[in-house]
Write a protein that binds this ligand. Structure first.
Ligand code: NAI
Length: 436
């Protein structure tokens, strides 16, 4: 559904009126396209005090500088910050440059794992989180601010994450913290088609976010299987045909769903599994009959658990595989009328955190989640007007996200170089105030 307010504030009278009335002024976000693949301006690399890294930050294809008037992005290496006194170095590095970051520019702070032995280091590193989340709220103009924590001193683990965060693909990701493992990342043979030769399955792919995910994974070179309920067959076939993908009409809650998925895949093998199918059946708990409760739990959580278990157990998901499940900020913050939905989405987060280390150790597969905020789809178009307007504006970008924003985040998690990203819940919410 079109965001008329965003369109209005993009006009001269709209800008004038909203400024006079003190209303939110959402900036148009720069999103990725083949014509618009990188940020405006170079990457300014700064260090707060002494770096804790054991090598240089990885090359992510951007021109890097150590001083500039108008950076497209700022990378602050704060891995060596280990005391309250050291935090002055963070201020000294960022204070002179934040104002000059280009519109839709990026700030990423690199931090270190919080020490269990040194509470001064832990305090200083946790302080970075407060700084990043606050700066994200201050920057405006479509800029984003995120924190990447490295659990090992090798910066190589951060490559795919920095490529994503310092690109227009992360337009709706701000105020987030990603913690990376020390795993050595794999490099794709063809960086422009990182998923070439890989097979992906996207559930709920007939429309909305799932259709966008299928499109982006196909763009990145994957052969995509688009799964949706048989009732959505016409939309599903339209989506799949446009992507040279394969349509798989199937209810994901069917008892034999995993078996039918494996039978449909070439060689019975899968590299990327995206659990996107989801439903809402909203009502306050006091008014909610058992069938409304269980239908949401069945689709959004039980089917995800069952298919994940079966596809891992049977080895259908190959080594190097990626599982990306779809949570929601409702699963983090809770939402009136959504006890069933929020329970199912919180359950996804629990699954990711518990399964991720075991799936990596036993199967070489990573398990992460995206947690969308307010995304413009048929699901949110059905939300009553005033709640919809509140959902759209209550974030640092003062606008809803688009399905492509969730799709780009999913593609980053599915990337062959994202092996060090495991057990993470990445909010794609424009730094929504809900659950912040
Ligand atoms: P949507 O309603 O537009 O699309 C969901 C798709 O899932 C539909 O095509 C539907 O037919 C399919 N589906 C439902 N039950 C299924 C089943 N049993 N088996 C196979 N497919 C099934 O929803 P939207 O907005 O694209 O959301 C996608 C995911 O993102 C969902 O998991 C949703 O909970 C989540 N999400 C969406 C947000 C938003 O703002 N749109 C916010 C947070 C999370």
């Amino acid at each position: 559904m079109a965001d008329r307010y965003l369109n209005f504030t993009g006009t001269a009278p709209g800008r004038f009126l909203t400024r006079r009335l003190g209303l939110p002024q959402p900036a148009p976000l720069r999103r990725w396209s083949p014509e618009n693949p990188t940020l405006d301006g170079p990457l300014l690399v700064l260090t707060a005090g002494t770096s804790g890294l054991d090598g240089p930050v990885p090359d992510i294809g951007l021109k890097t500088v150590t001083s500039t008037a108008a950076p497209g992005g700022v990378l602050l290496d704060a891995t060596g910050v280990a005391s309250a006194t050291d935090l002055a170095e963070v201020h000294a590095a960022l204070h002179p440059v934040v104002r000059s970051v280009a519109d839709s520019g990026r700030v990423v702070v690199l931090g270190a794992r919080l020490s269990a032995e040194d509470h001064h280091q832990a305090a200083a590193q946790q302080a970075l989180e407060g700084l990043v989340r606050s700066l994200g709220k201050e920057m405006g103009h479509g800029r984003t601010v995120n924190l990447v924590r490295l659990t090992a001193p090798s910066p190589a683990a951060a490559e795919s994450t920095l490529r994503f965060l310092f690109s227009p693909k992360s337009a709706y990701v701000s105020g987030q913290v990603l913690e990376l493992t020390g795993t050595e990342p794999e490099s794709p043979a063809d960086p422009t088609h990182p998923l070439a030769g890989r097979t992906a399955l996207v559930t709920g792919a007939a429309r909305g976010i799932g259709a966008a995910v299928a499109e982006v994974l196909a763009r990145d070179g994957a052969h995509v299987f688009c799964l949706d309920v048989p009732e959505a067959r016409a939309d599903l076939i339209r989506t799949a045909d446009g992507l040279e993908a394969t349509a798989l009409p199937l209810d994901i809650t069917a008892d034999d769903a995993a078996h039918r998925i494996a039978s449909a895949l070439p060689g019975g093998c899968l590299d990327v599994l995206v659990h996107n199918a989801g439903i809402t059946r909203d009502r306050r708990l006091a008014n909610m009959p058992a069938d409304r409760w269980s239908s949401v739990i069945d689709v959004n959580l039980a089917a995800v658990l069952d298919t994940t278990d079966a596809l891992l157990r049977t080895g259908t998901l190959r080594r190097g595989g990626r599982i990306v499940a779809t949570a929601s900020i409702a699963g983090i913050a809770g939402n009136t009328g959504q006890t069933n939905y929020a329970a199912s989405k919180a359950g996804i987060i629990g699954m990711v955190r518990s399964l991720a280390p075991r799936a990596a150790a036993a199967h070489g597969v990573t398990v992460n989640a995206v947690a969308p905020g307010f995304i413009e789809t048929k699901m949110t178009a059905a939300v009553p007007l005033f709640i919809r307007e509140a959902g759209r504006r209550m974030n640092s970008h003062a606008q809803g996200g688009l399905p492509i924003d969730v799709a780009e985040a999913t593609a980053y998690l599915a990337h062959p170089s994202s092996g060090p990203v495991n057990g993470q819940v990445l909010r794609v919410c424009g730094q929504s105030l809900l659950g912040a």
